[in-house]
Write a protein that binds this ligand. Structure first.
Ligand SMILES: NC(=O)c1ccc[n+]([C@@H]2O[C@H](COP(=O)([O-])OP(=O)(O)OC[C@H]3O[C@@H](n4cnc5c(N)ncnc54)[C@H](O)[C@@H]3O)[C@@H](O)[C@H]2O)c1
Ligand SMILES: [Zn+2]
Length: 362
């Protein structure tokens, strides 16, 4: 087992990473120092409850254990589920010392974190992320939320868990598309923060395609280290944390225009990163060869690197929160002048952005 710490003063916490960490004996040892409460609630969905719920409950034996099972899918990251969760906690007489355990992907994690942040003004929670995306991204950093019909993640809080437990073995049951989507965020860390890690990914495509335990251990650890470091420097995204959004301004627009559910988030971010790289070539001279390396790596992981259908440039600009007139600035982009580093800027020319959009939308 390897531990990465998120350093946030009194809110610091460990991320335990290893194989078979969800085996009840192992998990019990790890959790005994963290879950002091006599009452726990396992938050999960139908899929994960069936796969791993039993072993997590076994590791928590000796306590009052309740299980809140939500529906599987982004549409359940909702105020309705939040309300149902609150009702559940009241009905089962949970109190301020209760500890919530989030067992699932980013949907379960975000919802559980928000419930934990607000039930009785805040109770402990432990994250057990089960998708690659949740293991390398959403479980680290304390962003919690539910969606509103008007927009994703519109209702939420910054609220850190007491610990994160990452068992890479659970990825063996993850569908291929979900696995690839997680790899997109992994590639992102290489681009924004670590050229050596990027090169390591290029040299380990086959083991990663095969979900080799050793390769995954390295990928999860390095990704968590990079995210933990950025979050420690800027917990509430006042500055540097925004570099984690590399490829995301384009990606969100792609997700949005295609209709949520068409692309997985990581897939849209994959295309968005290639667009951000092309944009970086124009604005800050990222070498063309580095865009090619990025595209090749993403494609090797079976990720999309271009739109599957033509799109309207105007629609894309609108989806990015910018009409054509406003296109000469203000909107902020994460750019990279070289693989391994990134920064946020609003200084670019409108035609540079439109050139990129024209190239990808046609
Ligand atoms: N808080 C943050 O910082 C942050 C960052 C990125 C994304 N997010 C959020 O995360 C959510 C997406 O999370 P996600 O990509 O993990 O999707 P998800 O939680 O919907 O999980 C994807 C699918 O995989 C299934 N699954 C999960 N683990 C499995 C396993 N081990 N074996 C078999 N099936 C498994 C799930 O049941 C689900 O059907 C979005 O709501 C997004 O907004 C949050
Ligand atoms: Zn993302």
């Amino acid at each position: 087992m390897h531990t990465v710490r998120v350093e946030l003063g009194q809110r610091s916490y460990p991320i335990a990473i290893g194989e078979q960490l969800l085996q009840p004996e192992q998990l019990q040892v790890f959790l005994q120092d963290i879950v002091k409460s006599r009452q726990v609630v396992v938050f999960t969905n139908e899929t994960l409850n069936q796969l791993y719920g039993g072993q997590v409950r076994k590791a928590l034996a000796g306590r009052q254990i309740d299980t809140f099972v939500m529906g599987d899918g982004e549409q359940f990251k909702s105020l309705q589920t939040y309300q149902a969760a609150m009702d559940f906690l009241m009905q089962h007489r949970h109190n301020r010392t209760t500890c919530l355990i989030a067992l699932g992907g980013g949907v379960v994690g975000d919802l559980t974190g928000f419930v934990a942040a607000t039930f009785q003004r805040g109770v402990d929670f432990v994250a057990i992320p089960t998708t690659l995306l949740a293991q390398v991204d959403s479980s680290v950093g304390g962003k919690t939320a539910v969606n509103h019909p008007a927009g994703k993640n519109m209702i939420g809080a910054f609220y850190q868990p007491k610990a994160v437990v990452i068992d890479s073995s659970v990825l063996s049951t993850l569908p291929a598309r979900e696995y690839a989507a997680g790899l997109a965020e992994v590639v992102k860390y290489g681009v924004i923060a670590d050229a050596d890690f990027f090169a390591w990914l290029e040299n380990n495509i086959t083991p990663l395609q095969q979900r080799s335990a050793d390769a995954l251990a390295h990928v999860i650890q390095r990704s968590c280290e990079i995210k933990a470091d950025v979050v420690a420097r800027d917990e509430r995204e006042g500055g540097v944390r925004a570099i984690l959004n590399f490829g995301h301004t384009f990606g969100h627009a792609i997700e949005n225009l295609a209709g949520y559910g068409t692309w997985l988030h990581g897939e849209a971010v994959s295309i968005g990163m290639v667009m951000a790289a092309r944009f970086s070539q124009k604005v800050c001279n990222l070498p063309q060869e580095q865009t090619q390396r990025l595209s090749a790596l993403l494609a090797a992981f079976d990720l999309p690197i271009s739109l599957s259908e033509p799109a309207s440039v105007t629609d894309m600009l609108n989806a990015m929160g910018m009409d054509k007139k406003a296109a000469d600035g203000r909107l902020r982009f994460v750019l990279s002048a070289q693989i391994g580093s990134a920064w946020v800027t609003d200084s670019f020319a409108a035609d540079q952005l439109e050139d990129v959009l024209n190239e990808f939308c046609s």
